[in-house]
Design a protein around this ligand. Sequence first.
Ligand code: 0O2
Length: 223
Amino acid sequence: MVHEKDSFVSVMLANIKGGDKQDERLETITKLYSDYNAAIKSVGTMLEIVSDEFQATHDHNPIHHIERRLKSPLSILEKLSRKGLEPSISNITANITDIAGLRIVCPYIKDIHVIADFFLTNKEIELIKERDYITKPKDNGYRSLHLVVRAPIAFASSFGHVPVEIQIRTIAMDMWASLEHEIRYKRGVEVPQETTERLKNCAEVLAEIDLGMQSIYHEMLDK
Ligand code: 0O2
């Protein structure tokens, strides 16, 4: 079995340009992998602690589940090319902020703000970028709150900050995004305009359902 790290490093090494010697590039790419991998673990653990705390001390946990992923090397290279940038380490670290990614799926819309506040009020975490696709959904219907933060990481002999993209969304928003992603990218065919409109309509129906479920939840709390 090829280890994720070995595959990440070998694809990067084959595609990244740079004046450094091959063994220096190998070291830099391995460090890059370790940094982003550590960032996912570090932020993931913070969120597990928050989830455990809510589970133990509250009636409701705003975290339904957490997904984590390291962006694949091919996806990193494709994004560089889309931005018109050469495949180099400096272009990656300066321009690609979603190599380390965590997705927090919440039961209700209000939970999204509880989790966002955890990041926005934490003095150890610096906000780099916020995209609110819930207040202002994308034209195709995509809804999610994206935060890019710089998370503190303690290494064996140093301390650093690594960017992490946090996507926060409800179960309904997650269902739509997962299925839309599969329909749009996996089948390798152009999605017709009529299908795009039907997908957008599904996103709007799901947004209504999100509001309906949240209102039922609050009515039951008041009883
Ligand atoms: P993957 O597989 O998740 O890596 P920027 O990062 O600011 O330069 P970008 O990439 O447009 O620009 O950022 P944005 O809009 O914040 O979106 C990045 C990620 O959000 C995407 O990652 C998806 O995970 C998700 N996303 C954004 N728009 C859509 C959408 O219309 N449908 C679905 N299903 N997901 C979306 P990647 O890089 O596409 O892929």
